[in-house]
Structure formats: structure tokens, C-alpha cells
Design a protein around this ligand. Structure first.
Ligand code: NAP
Length: 295
């Protein structure tokens, strides 16, 4: 039997409708408009398309949104100065610096400079630490999107064997940290795999929920998946161009074969991608409410 396809596009749209209504209420009742600034350095095509999508979504949801385009050779001090300005700007509640940054800029220094209160990407060490101890204000967007996708698809996380392939600081590790918390929508038994894992298939075949964020096209084949598993494919791999000149994408999971074995699976594109942007918006609304003492 073919798996249920979990549409990130549809679930993200539902959440966006909820956010739009909440933003209308915040404006009407409290005169509060969530503000998001996106900062991009250079013209990396993937980064430009991500930032454009984030800005477009912010505008559609009624946010106050600002985009700062900086040249590739911008000095680190200039970027730090801009962040400092937005840290002090009361109309801005979320600051997003699009990664990766050019080699001459110290990425860690930049991420640390963003006020933890406006760190809507959830990458500041203060927020990472809070996530670890179960007191997170902002979950990093992709892991948050994964959790919401599971919850809203009716997948039981509590008590599940979750196996995550990938241990990056932006996907693998925070996803594990969210799903192992003693909390609603979590409480799973989590295993993290990486290139040092001796027998990857041994672990993936045990998973009730398999989350793959390796950045390797079709790394997970059908023989590595348990019958009836839920498979979340985070990978986005560019594997050529479509006849229309758009990037052709595939995930880390061999979708056509794995879907015949899994109970549910996310597609690429249309799975985690739209959820990530939506969670950025949710975090920005939360940052605005925290700033206005509404939560
Ligand atoms: P990353 O920093 O490159 O990390 C990849 C992780 O996968 C590493 O921990 C690596 O292990 C592990 N890995 C790679 N190949 C493996 C293999 N064959 N077996 C076991 N583990 C393996 O990547 P990332 O930033 O987490 O992103 C992962 C993928 O998700 C990428 O395709 C990225 O484009 C995509 N992504 C999508 C979204 C979205 O919104 N849709 C957001 C973020 C990322 P080591 O640590 O041992 O090297």
C-alpha cells in the first residue's frame, strides 16, 4: 500500500491562516504589528530565493517587513552595526541573517550579536541552551516545522522510536532536543545517526519516525525503512534544471520506493520547506508578543 503523503504546503497554509488572523487581532486590540528584518549579504541564488520567500510571506501575513541587501564585500563591522541598530529598533521583533555568509565574516560572531529576544531563527546560544533545558522561547525553524508537521498529521510522537539521520546544529541536534523533551508533542526515544554511525540501516529500520537531514540525494532506500514507518525528508538537493529553467530538487529519501513501504512520507519539494518559513513567522509573532508583555 502506498504511503499517505504529508503535505507541508497544505499544513503550512493552515498555520499561515491562523497567523494572519492573530496578526489582525494584535493590530486591532493592541496596536502591535510584528516586525521582521531579513539581512542578506551577496547574491547567492539559493539565499536570494529563500529571503525573497520569507519577505513575501511576512508581507502576506500583515507583518512590518524590512529587507537589507548588503554587498558581498561588506565589512563585518558594518553588519554588526546594522544588527545593533535593529536590536534597538522597537518596530522590529525578529532579525534574520541569511546563512551562509561570505568567508571574511565570522558567522558565529554575527549570530551571537543578534539579541536573543529577536533571534527568531533560534540559533543564539542562549536560545540553544534554553531548548536543551526545556525552556525554549524560540525553536529553530526547521525542527519546529518537523514537530508541527508530525503533530498536525496526527502522528503519535509520545513513546515513538525516532531516528534522526544528521547531527547539524540547525536540523539534527535541535530536532532531537525538541522531540526528547518530557512534554506534549514530544516524549520520544531519540537516536541520532551521522557519518560515524557504524550500521546506519540497523538504526533506520528500528524507526517508527525516521527523520532524514543528511544532504545526500536518495541516501535512504526502501530496505532501510521499517514497514509502516513515518518518514520525514528534510533534504533539499539540487540535481539539475527543469525544462522551465527552475532547479530540479530531490530529497535524501528514495521517495518512489520508500513510499511503498512507509505509512506516511513528506515529499520534496512541498514537505518541510514551506513549514520552515512558516515557523519563522510564528516565532516572529511570539517575539512581538513577548516584547509587548502579552505572553
Ligand atoms: P549538514 O550541516 O551538512 O549536516 C548533514 C548531517 O548529515 C551531518 O551530521 C552528517 O554527518 C550527516 N550525514 C551526511 N551523510 C550521511 C550519511 N551517508 N550517513 C549518515 N549521516 C550522514 O546539513 P544540514 O544543514 O543539517 O541540512 C541537511 C539537509 O537538509 C540539506 O539537504 C539541506 O539543504 C536540508 N535543509 C532543508 C531545510 C528546509 O527548510 N527544507 C532546512 C535546512 C536544511 P557528520 O556530522 O558526521 O558529517
Amino acid at each position: 500500500m502506498s504511503a499517505k503523503i504529508i503535505s507541508g504546503t497544505e499544513i503550512a497554509q493552515q498555520i499561515r491562516e491562523e497567523i494572519k488572523k492573530e496578526v489582525e487581532q494584535l493590530k486591532k486590540k493592541h496596536g502591535l504589528t510584528p516586525g521582521l528584518v531579513t539581512i542578506i549579504v551577496g547574491k547567492n541564488p539559493a539565499s536570494v530565493s529563500y529571503v525573497t520567500a520569507k519577505q513575501k510571506t511576512a508581507k502576506e501575513l500583515g507583518f512590518y517587513s524590512v529587507q537589507e541587501d548588503l554587498p558581498e564585500d561588506v565589512k563585518e563591522e558594518a553588519l554588526l552595526g546594522l544588527i545593533d541598530r535593529f536590536n534597538k529598533d522597537n518596530t522590529i521583533h525578529g532579525i534574520l541573517v541569511q546563512l551562509p555568509l561570505p568567508g571574511h565574516i565570522n558567522e558565529t560572531k554575527i549570530l551571537y550579536a543578534i539579541s536573543p529576544d529577536k533571534d527568531v531563527d533560534g540559533f543564539h546560544p542562549v536560545n540553544v541552551g534554553k531548548l536543551m533545558i526545556g525552556e525554549a522561547r524560540f525553536y529553530p525553524c526547521t525542527p519546529y516545522g518537523i514537530q508541527q508537521l508530525l503533530i498536525r498529521s496526527g502522528v503519535r510522537i509520545d513513546g515513538a522510536e525516532v531516528v534522526i539521520v544528521g547531527r547539524s546544529n540547525i536540523v539534527g541536534k535541535p530536532t532531537a532536543m525538541i522531540l526528547c523533551q518530557k512534554a506534549e508533542g514530544a516524549n520520544a526515544t531519540v537516536t541520532i545517526c551521522h557519518t560515524g554511525t557504524k550500521d546506519l540501516a540497523f538504526h533506520t529500520k528500528r524507526a517508527d519516525i525516521l527523520i532524514v537531514a543528511a544532504g545526500r540525494p536518495k541516501a535512504i532506500t526502501a530496505d532501510m525503512v521499517k514497514d509502516g514507518a513515518v518518514v520525514i525528508d528534510v533534504g533539499v538537493n539540487r540535481i539539475g534544471m527543469t525544462p522551465e529553467g527552475k532547479a530540479k530538487l530531490c530529497g535524501d529519501v528514495d521517495f518512489d520506493y520508500v513510499k511503498e513501504k512507509a505509512a506516511a512520507i513528506t515529499p520534496v519539494p512541498g514537505g518541510i520547506g514551506p513549514m520552515t518559513i512558516t515557523m519563522l513567522m510564528l516565532n516572529t509573532v511570539k517575539a512581538a508578543k513577548v516584547a509587548a508583555n502579552l505572553v
